[in-house]
Design a protein around this ligand. Structure first.
Ligand SMILES: Nc1ncnc2c1ncn2[C@@H]1O[C@H](COP(=O)(O)OP(=O)(O)OP(=O)(O)O)[C@@H](O)[C@H]1O
Ligand SMILES: [Mg+2]
Length: 270
């Protein structure tokens, strides 16, 4: 089988393999596309937590992007962890040069164990400059709170926060509801014209390491193959939901989900 599309991932490495660039490559591959990478930082972590973060030089991140993408032109870009203001500046320069429209931004800020993965000055430039350059932004609740400086306690707050992010120039916002204590897990997609609530079964499991990275990569894959943002979100959320259900229960902490669980989704998506 030939890959359906080519996706450039700009993100951090997770040595445990469940999140970050490892989760992105597994997701994109298992959904039938080709992944190129630009690594922004190397994290030393396992399912129990993050031990350290080793950032790469901003210039070397830009070089990875340009050198790879000028040779194999991506159909879409997925952006994950960008730890500093200088890195975001280099990514902004790079996407301007590449002129690729389909960009999904997962504004990774905090790891599942609460470790901060991005510094404060980076948050401002991300909000003021990067959000408006991408087609979709996928914050979780804590990230949406940081970006909007609002507290989010329920669905109404999620809608208000999404609306606030639209004011910063976001075209589409998917606020993920994994962190709210609700019976069903609800993710809300919002743009200037429309909003859609995706409601799914919430599983009682600690094995949700990398759900956010996996989701944004799955959405980017479907989007790169011609699905609308709304359809790509719906299919991506389904993929993550069944990947959580069939998680392999690895590790002593927050274990990974099952990235190989894509067969049913693939049939429908062809
Ligand atoms: N327990 C769960 N059961 C079912 N779906 C879940 C559960 N937890 C999260 N999800 C789904 O996983 C996706 C990612 O949401 P989440 O809020 O966990 O993102 P995140 O916090 O960015 O993840 P990460 O910690 O990996 O960065 C969403 O579609 C959400 O609905
Ligand atoms: Mg996340």
């Amino acid at each position: 089988m030939k890959p359906k599309s080519k996706i450039l991932i700009i993100a951090g490495s997770d040595s445990s393999g469940g999140a970050g660039i490892q989760a992105d490559i597994k997701t994109i591959t298992s959904l039938g596309s080709y992944a190129l990478t630009a690594i922004t930082a190397v994290t030393i972590q396992n399912t129990l937590g993050v031990k350290s973060v080793i950032p790469l030089q901003p210039n070397d991140i830009k070089k990875q992007i340009i050198f790879s993408a000028n040779d194999i032109k991506p159909d879409a870009i997925k952006i994950g962890m960008l730890h500093s203001k200088d890195v975001i500046k280099k990514v902004l320069e790079s996407i301007k040069l590449l002129k690729i429209k389909k960009i999904v931004l997962d504004p990774v800020m905090v790891a599942k164990d609460g470790s901060r993965l991005i510094d404060r000055s980076a948050i401002e430039i991300l909000r003021e400059n990067l959000i408006s350059k991408v087609e979709l932004i996928t914050p979780n609740i804590p990230e949406a709170e940081v970006l909007t400086e609002m507290r989010i306690k329920n669905k109404q707050d999620m809608i208000l926060a999404a609306n606030e992010l639209i004011k910063y120039g976001a075209k589409n916002v998917l606020i993920k509801g994994g962190h709210l204590n609700t019976k069903k897990v609800e993710d809300i997609l919002f743009n200037k014209l429309d909003f859609k609530i995706f409601s799914n079964q919430r599983y009682k499991t600690r094995n949700t390491h990398g759900t956010g990275c996996t989701l944004s990569s799955a959405i980017t894959t479907f989007y790169s193959c011609g699905k609308t943002i709304k359809k790509a979100c719906e299919l991506g959320i389904k993929y993550v939901n069944s990947a959580i259900l069939t998680n392999p229960n690895y590790g002593k902490g927050n274990g990974p989900i099952n990235h190989l669980n894509s067969m049913k989704v693939i049939k429908r998506f062809k």
